[in-house]
Design a protein around this ligand. Structure first.
Ligand SMILES: *[C@@H]1O[C@H](CO)[C@@H](O)[C@H](O)[C@H]1NC(C)=O
Ligand SMILES: *[C@@H]1O[C@H](CO)[C@@H](O)[C@H](O)[C@H]1NC(C)=O
Ligand SMILES: *[C@@H]1O[C@H](CO)[C@@H](O)[C@H](O)[C@H]1NC(C)=O
Ligand SMILES: *[C@@H]1O[C@H](CO)[C@@H](O)[C@H](O)[C@H]1NC(C)=O
Ligand SMILES: *[C@@H]1O[C@H](CO)[C@@H](O)[C@H](O)[C@H]1NC(C)=O
Ligand SMILES: *[C@@H]1O[C@H](CO)[C@@H](O)[C@H](O)[C@H]1NC(C)=O
Ligand SMILES: *[C@@H]1O[C@H](CO)[C@@H](O)[C@H](O)[C@H]1NC(C)=O
Ligand SMILES: *[C@@H]1O[C@H](CO)[C@@H](O)[C@H](O)[C@H]1NC(C)=O
Ligand SMILES: *[C@@H]1O[C@H](CO)[C@@H](O)[C@H](O)[C@H]1NC(C)=O
Length: 885
């Protein structure tokens, strides 16, 4: 801190000992008095003490001058969490010129008594809690050169008396609560270099025209402050202005014609987000004459004439979100120092000149939503620093130049909604391209395979063009988050990972595309010799399913008759009960007809609930018998399922079959399915219960996979197939139906009814063999539902994202994981939920081999529940109120 004064101190310490001592005595006292009224929570001023023997010039924040003896010249206590009162005792220090108390918590009105500090030139109280109006007596600070009161809570009007601070070089009143109209007090501030009245939302004022008299003004910040009216013509007098920010006001009118040619030193112009209109002065920043001159004349040795030096320093030009029209100033495009150009959301017309190649520093261009036309010039590709070019919603036409994306920095390129035609050139050089949008043009030809070589490409939108051919397989290698090729004329097989992997894929409107989840399955998806048989089967299935679906609610009578007829064909029914149910097949049939008993459907047939004479309830699943298995084989299979004894697996109580139907009889569970519960708008299970459900489901699956012989796969796990008993203990149902229906019938039912289900692992439909990993995937989806408190797929809106894609999208953004967590659950479970989310993500990994086995999942979830110290997984009392009744 004291470094700047060390050298003079060393020189002086011997020869002026006496004087040092005398001046120190008074100044250190003054500092100690100053300290005594300050709260210093971080003890930053511990060195400020008269007992330590440290000279006060060496105290924290103190700088001294030798004049010739040592005097305090500067106190810098910025950002030390100080509060309390700013005492005027420091004004006893005759050479104090700098007082910086910025970034503290001083909570008082403007300390007028500091005007007694006769040498004070620089007062910085920025970012404190200073409140109240600016008093008229502020004029007493007439010695001040720098006054920074920004980022406080100063309110009221700017007083007329302000005008007497004629020596000010920097005046910063930004980010306060000033209100009303700004008086014309600036005419006398002839020394002013920086004026900041920005971010005073309550100001309602025209811009004082006398600001235009401030010849030395270099920086003018008036943004975000409720200024209305026109930009004063007088601003043309601001010859030394480098930064002009008038953005986010209510300014109207046009850009003053005189201004364009007078602000020669301008580095940054921002007049965005106003209501300005009209056209820019023709010739604004026009550099053409410079080129002509340097090429065609040889008297280029004197001073550069004004007309040519225009805007040569300009680095930022921002006029977005206004109503500007007319031809965009052409000269801007080739300015040598221009870095940023934002003019989006206006009605500018004009073309992009090839001379844009001369804008060698250009980094960012945003001119979306204007009326630009013409071709994209070759010159654009030679700007090596360009990382963002966004010109959507214009009238650009013609072909993209082959080098359009050659800038090695290019990261975002958007020319969507124009009239570009021709082919998309191969993109090779823009290795940093993250986002490419060429949507809604007339582009034709194929998607260039070289896109797959761009290592960080994440967003690709080529929708609404006339692209044809197939989707390059190589795109599978990219980590895309968005892949939109909808409404083109693409054909062929969609690469698998583009359908089921990370990206949000939009493929609709390409009748020629085929693949899982698309209207057209690919011809070679299924082995040839099965194809015809399968098709008939699928048709049969669809019609049966349709019939069951439409009849189930409305036509109890109809059903009754069907069953009655069947009953008459007695002897065709076979039944086995593994429990003493004390009912006859006849009771069963009659019970099936009770309208009230009909609960819900499913791909394999509906489920009825039936009250037994004993008062017990049972659930009966009614499936079509495809006759794929002999009666004997069927019995053996059902027995296999019925022998399973696990607390997380629904008991099979018996079955009953004819040539046409199979009734599987299950135990009845009070609370219905997890899926039904989740889709209720008032779904509120506490986290401990959700975790217990997850563990139970995982245990049930692990049991099927590894502990039971024969090893079984569930093959249709989803939250609707997880039933809950009165204690919310989960039990799997509808498991291993492949064993009952036969593999082929099971597969074709799944394919026709559940092809789009997001519970299906991505490899489903491709791999011939069902695997444990597919069950693990489905479990991961259920776990996501529990963590997010959200249905896997909204039945109503088929277009809405399923939960897997939704989560993947969220996770991709910063803090996205937190957004996935069900907001209905208290933050205190956040850590656990994040771990569960991580487990769910591993289970839903696109690559099957990356998914953990169920046993590992069980262990991970159990350790999570132990960590939360819920004894026996009881509900924690604090959560009980949120239990559904
Ligand atoms: C200082 O203030 C910051 C911001 O309010 C706060 O986070 C920090 O805890 C404070 N430090 C002390 C020691 O008071
Ligand atoms: C140190 O300061 C305290 C109070 O600020 C005062 O009472 C004491 O006399 C001072 N000691 C010296 C040596 O100046
Ligand atoms: C301040 O500290 C420096 C280094 O610690 C020392 O050299 C110098 O003499 C001190 N100044 C005074 C006035 O005590
Ligand atoms: C500032 O001080 C006033 C009165 O002492 C108090 O009411 C107010 O809460 C304080 N403001 C802040 C932000 O601490
Ligand atoms: C006041 O202090 C703040 C915070 O350090 C700084 O940003 C600002 O530039 C200072 N103002 C002046 C006029 O020096
Ligand atoms: C400008 O200064 C002159 C003389 O110093 C004074 O008479 C006049 O009122 C001041 N103008 C403003 C707007 O304060
Ligand atoms: C404008 O700035 C230049 C260079 O910084 C300086 O020489 C000149 O005096 C300034 N003009 C005015 C009117 O202050
Ligand atoms: C602009 O003016 C309108 C009314 O004229 C007002 O509602 C709005 O808040 C103003 N906007 C700003 C940024 O001051
Ligand atoms: C866009 O430009 C065309 C001519 O280039 C003109 O006819 C049309 O009116 C312009 N549209 C707007 C909104 O300015």
């Amino acid at each position: 801190m004291a470094a700047p004064c060390t050298y003079p101190l060393l020189l002086l310490s011997l020869s002026f000992t006496f004087f040092i001592f005398t001046s120190a005595a008074t100044e250190s006292d003054a500092l100690l008095i100053f300290k005594s009224s300050i709260n210093d929570p971080k003890n930053s001023l511990s060195s400020w003490t008269n007992t330590s023997g440290v000279h006060h010039c060496n105290w924290t924040g103190i700088t001294c001058v030798a004049v010739p003896s040592l005097y305090v010249s500067s106190i810098n206590l910025q950002g030390l969490n100080l509060s309390g009162d700013i005492s005027s005792s420091i004004c006893e220090m005759p050479y104090l010129s700098h007082l910086n108390l910025a970034d503290n918590f001083f909570n008082q009105s403007i300390p007028l008594h500091l005007s007694q500090c006769s040498s004070l030139e620089n007062l910085n109280l920025s970012n404190n809690l200073i409140w109240g109006p600016i008093p008229d007596q502020l004029s007493q600070f007439d010695a001040l050169l720098f006054l920074d009161l920004s980022k406080n809570r100063i309110e009221g009007k700017i007083p007329e008396s302000f005008g007497s601070l004629v020596n000010l070089q920097i005046l910063n009143l930004g980010s306060n609560l000033l209100s009303g109209s700004v008086p014309s007090v600036f005419g006398n501030f002839s020394e002013l270099v920086v004026l900041d009245l920005s971010e005073n939302a309550f100001l309602v004022s025209e811009i004082p025209a006398d600001i235009g008299k401030l010849e030395k003004l270099e920086q003018l910040f008036l943004q975000g402050s409720g200024f209305y009216g026109e930009i004063p013509e007088s601003f043309s007098g601001l010859q030394n202005l480098t930064t002009l920010d008038l953005s986010q006001n209510n300014l109207t009118g046009s850009f003053p014609q005189t201004l364009g040619s007078s602000l020669n030193n301008l580095v940054s112009l921002d007049i965005s987000q106003n209501k300005l209109s009209g056209s820019f002065p023709s010739g604004t920043c026009d550099g053409k004459s410079l080129i002509n001159l340097s090429l065609h004349t040889n008297f280029f040795n004197g001073s550069i004439p004004d007309s040519i030096s225009r805007c040569l320093n300009l680095e930022k030009f921002q006029v977005r979100d206004n109503g500007f029209s007319g031809v965009f100033p052409n000269g801007l495009w080739s300015l040598p120092k221009l870095k940023l150009l934002r003019a989006e959301n206006n009605r500018f017309s004009g073309e992009l000149p090839d001379s844009i190649s001369m804008a060698a520093q250009l980094e960012q261009v945003q001119i979306d939503n204007n009326n630009f036309t013409g071709k994209i010039p070759q010159g654009l590709g030679s700007v090596k620093s360009l990382y963002r070019f966004s010109a959507s919603l214009n009238g650009f036409y013609g072909e993209l130049p082959p080098n359009f994306c050659d800038s090695p920095a290019m990261s975002i390129f958007n020319l969507s909604h124009n009239s570009l035609s021709g082919q998309i050139p191969e993109l090779i050089k823009c290795r940093k391209l993250v986002s490419l949008s060429l949507a809604a043009n007339n582009l034709s030809g194929e998607i260039p395979p070289s896109l797959a070589e761009l290592p960080v490409l994440t967003y690709l939108d080529l929708s609404e063009n006339k692209l044809s051919g197939s989707i390059p397989q190589g795109l599978q290698n990219l980590k895309l988050a968005l892949f939109n090729v909808s409404f083109n004329q693409l054909s062929g097989t969609v690469p698998l990972s583009l359908i089921s992997g990370l990206p949000a894929s939009f493929l609709q409107g390409n009748p020629g595309l085929c693949g899982p989840g698309l209207p057209n399955p690919c011809p070679d998806d299924h082995p040839k010799h099965h194809a015809s048989g399968l098709t008939t089967l699928v048709c049969a299935l669809i019609s049966v399913a349709f019939a069951i679906g439409t009849m189930s609610v409305a036509a109890g009578f109809f059903v009754f008759r069907r069953y009655s007829r069947r009953k008459s064909e007695i002897g065709k029914w076979h039944s086995i009960f593994f429990y003493p149910l004390r009912i006859t097949e006849n009771d069963l049939m009659m019970g099936m007809d009770e309208k009230s008993a009909i609960e819900s459907g499913g791909p394999f047939g509906r489920v009825n609930f039936l009250s037994l004479p004993s008062g017990e309830k049972i659930a009966i699943k009614n499936m079509v018998n495809f006759g794929r298995q002999s009666s004997k084989a069927l019995k053996a299979e059902v027995k296999t399922l019925a022998k399973i004894r696990h607390k997380n697996i629904v008991k099979v109580l018996g079955f009953c079959h004819s040539d046409e139907c199979i009734f599987l009889i299950y135990e009845f569970l009070q609370k219905g399915s997890l899926g039904d519960m989740i889709c209720r708008p008032d779904f509120q299970l506490p986290w401990s219960v959700r975790l217990r459900i997850a563990i139970g489901v995982a245990q049930g699956l692990a049991y099927l996979h590894r502990d039971y012989t024969p090893h079984l796969l569930h093959r249709n796990l989803k939250s609707r197939n997880i039933l809950l008993d009165t204690d919310f203990e989960p039990k799997l149902t509808d498991f291993a139906l492949d064993r009952i229906l036969g593999e082929a019938a099971f597969n074709s039912t799944m394919a026709s009814e559940c092809a789009h289900s997001c519970y299906n692992a991505p490899e489903y439909g491709y791999s011939k063999k069902a695997t444990e990993q597919m069950d693990v995937y489905s479990f991961g989806v259920v776990l996501l539902e529990l963590v997010a408190g959200r249905q896997a797929e909204e039945a109503e809106s088929p277009d809405s994202l399923n939960i897997v894609k939704w989560v993947r999208r969220k996770i991709n953004i910063t803090n996205g994981a937190l957004q996935v967590l069900d907001p209905k659950i208290s933050n205190s479970f956040q850590q656990e939920m994040l771990v569960a989310l991580e487990i769910a993500q591993r289970c839903t990994a696109v690559m099957p081999e990356k998914r953990p086995p169920m046993l590992e999942v069980v262990r991970a979830l159990q350790s999570l529940s132990l960590r939360s110290c819920l004894p026996n997984l009881e509900l924690s009392t604090s959560e009980e109120h949120s239990l559904p009744v």
